[in-house]
Design a protein around this ligand. Structure first.
Ligand code: PLP
Length: 386
């Protein structure tokens, strides 16, 4: 169809969605493909939001979100993470996605380059491209634990480089960027005068007693770093479409200008749910994170002992990204065969721009019994392959 814009024609169909559509037609499928908590939103959150809807919170809101939500979010970000931001530095958005869209609109001129560690969340590319920018992948490797090295970033910098992206905890690898690497990346961003966009939507899902760490806290970074956050993963609220960004006041102000013409405002009822989520007992989120850690342990222990599988222990989010190069050199075909023979969904690494890596993403977003069953099937399948 010639009337479709080039930038849209270039968007490749989503591999994750394709796997989900195939899986829908089969019975007894266990999906490790889905990047969202299997937990429902806490009933208290939904109840308060619906009550507020009944009492009239059904209108347009300020473009950057209700004042009381922005205040509560500000208090939460400062108390929980020590971010030290003011309400003027925060905008509430329609999901983390809404923040991504507004951010790239604000900073990118045609041809500006955004450095993105590869593998990466598949929506980054279209988001960057339809704002006129270019995604420049910065390779990472399984051997180096998918760490974004400052050397690789430096090699990718050109005169058009505008933004360095970071995503920690990371989708699809479930790994956290080490603190000393954040130090080095911050120094490099300052030296090369780059803006930094740090996607931290998995900030509450970190394991083994870690505290979430952010490049925002490095010297000089507050002036150039925008952080992307979300209620989706932390509070099991994916369907409410509520996220946020915080960063330099001048940049957030421009984002709010864009948001006013993009979505007008985030959904009113969802904002009331967000407020309820911030006011709820923190132990609910901690309990969910603890459950993900239990599943991480189960998955890691088993996968470690499977022949031909190499894996780094995930330290956050709810993903593992095992390497299967000893088993297959075509992870797309592997994932399809696994689905049709054993009814288990995993996502081939190519979906995240890392087809050379021979990895697959496994989301531990099913309970331990189903995870065990999925891994038993996986084990049976790879034994047949070897
Ligand atoms: N960033 C990353 C790394 C993600 O994995 C996701 C969702 O999967 C998002 C951003 C967007 O999340 P949402 O729009 O639900 O806040």
């Amino acid at each position: 169809q010639t009337k479709i814009a080039d930038v849209v024609r270039r968007i490749r169909p989503s591999v994750i969605r394709d796997m989900a559509l195939r899986a829908e037609k089969l019975d007894h499928v266990i999906s490790l493909g889905i990047g969202e908590p299997d937990f429902h939103t806490a009933p208290e959150i939904s109840r308060l939001a619906l009550q507020d809807a009944e009492s009239g919170y059904t209108h347009y809101t300020p473009s950057k979100g209700y004042g009381d939500l922005v205040e509560a979010l500000c208090e939460y970000l400062n108390r929980y993470f020590g971010h030290g931001v003011s309400p003027e530095q925060i905008a509430v958005t329609s999901g983390g996605m809404g923040a991504l869209t507004a951010y790239f609109r604000v900073v990118l001129n045609p041809g500006d380059e955004v450095l993105v560690p590869e593998p990466y969340f598949p929506s980054y590319r279209p988001q960057i491209e339809w704002a006129g920018g270019q995604l420049v992948p910065v390779p990472t490797s399984f051997e180096q634990g998918f760490v974004l090295t400052p050397e690789a970033v430096e090699r990718a910098i050109t005169t058009r480089t505008k933004v360095l992206m970071i995503n920690s905890p990371h989708n699809p690898t479930g790994l956290i960027t080490p603190p000393e690497i954040l130090d080095d990346l911050a120094r490099l961003a300052e030296e090369k005068d780059l803006l930094v966009l740090s996607d931290e939507v998995y900030d509450r899902l970190v394991f083994d007693g870690r505290r979430h760490d952010s490049i925002f806290h490095r010297p000089g970074m507050r002036e150039r770093t925008t952080v992307l956050g979300s209620f989706s993963k932390s509070f099991a609220m994916t369907g409410w479409r509520l996220g946020y960004a915080f960063g330099p006041e001048w940049l957030i102000k421009e984002m709010v200008k864009v948001l006013a013409h993009y979505t007008s405002c985030p959904p009113s009822v969802s904002q009331r749910a967000g407020l309820a989520a911030l006011r709820q007992d923190a132990s609910l989120v901690d309990a969910m994170a603890a459950e993900f850690q239990t599943r991480r342990d189960l998955l890691y222990e088993k996968l470690c002992h499977f022949p031909g599988v190499k894996i780094h222990k995930p330290t956050g989010a709810f993903y593992a990204f095992p390497n299967l190069e000893a088993i297959t050199d075509n992870t797309e075909q592997f994932a399809l065969d696994l689905l049709y023979e054993e009814q288990v969904v995993v996502i081939p690494g190519g979906a995240f721009g890392a087809s050379g890596q021979k990895c697959v993403r496994m989301a531990f977003t099913v309970d331990c019994d189903r995870l065990t069953e999925a891994l038993d099937r996986f084990s049976r399948f790879i034994t047949k392959q070897m």
